[in-house]
Design a protein around this ligand. Structure first.
Ligand code: P53
Length: 490
């Protein structure tokens, strides 16, 4: 089986994806405001990034420099074009357009930057795929309004979206609203959870916040984000009926640890506790299990009839997904009374799955599983894979070559599963954009050395180095994958 290859349609969108805050740097250039990514310090494997109160002198904030994409995008895009990219995903930094989020006027210099960026992509024949909010809301909206815990933020986001839709209506066709919106459902006392709700919603908890209060805050913020997304989808279609506007989620398929009925139920509830975000995006209404749960728990108390109508009128054109790994869960035996059915699971190790140096699982079949699962739940839905890849340490040889067979192996296996999902399972996958085609700052750790790229960037975790770009072995490999439309995977 492993040697068989399949053919995808000729307009399949091959390419790669980055986010503004991990690449652009120039955090204070062009009138840009401070974003929630600008107050994240560098962390590491098992060392969470700190969220500081504003910018503190002498701390390392890796997003301030990124890989300087703000000034190097022309050379970087030329390398993407050399690989044959059909599409490239990046985000607009909200803070370049509305530095504080609640400004009355948009910042012309920020708008002009993205004009130039999108013009360059279009000139090279690379389709822009644009995220509106990728972990980078204006910090001022957090300080003055409490981030997405405040309903007012809906209007700020809608205004921002409207401005960029109008400005780029003939330059960008593919959009998505909030990056990985359902990551925040992974409620826990682990510091990683604080990171997830910060990046998604700009919410910070104190040590005394109970799990229940975290969940309550997340559900209400998530509701505002979904309403904002739906309103934006509707407005986008009014501005340009050809716009293709999606939601975006990370999908790590859940597997049950054992076939015991208790584990099976915990597994099912774990799925429901996360997947309602996609249900609302796609169907424009909450599933019955969540309606019942929120009512019982007193969650999402602020929902209006207008919200329900907005949700109904703003279902998405497609779903964008990121896929890195799967998650295996088992029921919690000693159940805390604070815990409801939907949180009655813990993540356990899956002995069948290998991991990378950051303990992320490597599970190519899980991608086909995920695509099938989504296709069962949302038949006919178009899916774009907008992130997949492996973070790894790379070594530059004395002749400036970089041999990264581990990256080629990872991507080859995953692309094979995508092709099976399309050709054998008949699923509408419209593109494959691998994560970080050029090395960028890691979102989770803030490191540079956790690299995903086909293109190496000579910068270390402190942002020191020449910034020079070098082609890794995977660069040539991905180029052949694209030129043969996925036929030549070896
Ligand atoms: P890094 C958590 C779980 C799954 C995906 O991640 C995640 C996160 C947050 O780290 O993030 C997505 O850089 C995200 C990207 C990010 C990429 O995965 O931590 O959309 O911004 O860079 C990879 O290795």
């Amino acid at each position: 089986m492993s040697k068989e290859t399949y053919q995808l349609s000729q307009d399949f969108l091959w390419g790669g994806a980055i986010a503004a805050h991990q690449a652009e740097g120039s955090w204070q250039k062009g009138g840009k405001g401070i974003s929630i990514a600008d107050v994240l310090t560098a962390g590491g494997h098992n060392l969470p990034r700190r969220i500081t109160d504003g910018i503190i002198d002498n701390l390392n904030y890796p997003n301030h420099h990124g890989i300087d994409f703000y000034d190097t995008y022309k050379e970087d895009l030329a390398l993407m074009a050399e690989m044959g990219f059909k599409a490239f995903r990046t985000s607009i930094a909200w803070t370049r357009i509305f530095p504080n989020g609640d400004d009355l006027e948009a910042n012309e210099e920020g708008l002009a930057f993205y004009d130039n960026l999108f013009d360059e992509m279009n000139r090279l024949g690379i389709e822009p795929v644009i995220t509106l909010q990728h972990f980078e809301m204006p910090y001022h909206l957090v300080e003055a309004y409490g981030g997405w815990s405040n309903r007012k933020v809906i209007d700020f986001f809608v205004k921002y979206a409207e401005v960029v839709f109008n400005r780029y209506h003939n330059k960008v066709k593919y959009w998505m609203t909030h990056n990985e919106i359902s990551n925040q459902t992974a409620i826990s006392d682990d510091p990683l959870y604080q990171f997830l709700i910060w990046t998604n919603s700009g919410i910070r908890f104190n040590e005394n916040t109970t799990l229940r209060d975290k969940q309550k805050a997340m559900v209400q913020a998530g509701h505002y984000e979904l309403v904002a997304s739906a309103r934006v989808v509707k407005i986008g279609h009014e501005i340009n009926p050809d716009f293709v506007i999606g939601g975006m989620v990370n999908v790590a398929p859940f597997y049950p640890a054992t076939p015991s009925p208790t584990d099976m139920l915990a597994w099912q509830k774990a799925r429901q506790a996360r997947d309602w975000f996609v249900d609302v995006h796609v169907h424009g209404e909450y599933p019955s299990d969540m309606e019942a749960f929120f009512k019982r728990s007193g969650f999402r108390s602020d929902i209006t009839d207008q919200d329900r109508e907005d949700l109904k009128n703003g279902s998405v054109d497609y779903m964008a997904i990121s896929y890195y790994n799967s998650t295996t869960v088992s029921a919690i035996e000693e159940k805390d009374s604070e815990i409801d059915d939907f949180s009655n699971f813990k993540v356990v190790k899956n002995e069948y799955i290998k991991t990378n140096d950051w303990d992320w699982g490597i599970d190519p079949q899980g991608l086909r599983f995920t695509l099938n699962e989504m296709n069962e739940m949302y038949p006919e839905l178009k899916i774009m894979i907008v992130e997949n890849g492996i973070g790894a340490y790379d070594t530059v040889e004395s002749d400036n070559t970089i041999h990264d067979p581990y990256r080629i192996d990872y991507l080859r296996e995953h692309i094979r599963e995508v092709e099976k999902a399309v050709i054998l399972d008949g699923i509408s996958v419209i593109g494959f954009l691998s994560w970080g085609p050029i090395d960028i700052v890691s979102a989770g750790t803030g490191e540079m050395k956790k690299r995903y790229g086909y293109i190496y960037v000579d910068l270390d975790d402190m942002g020191q180095g020449s910034g020079k770009r070098l082609k890794k072995d995977s660069f040539y490999w991905y180029k052949s994958v694209i030129s043969t439309n996925g036929k030549m995977l070896d």
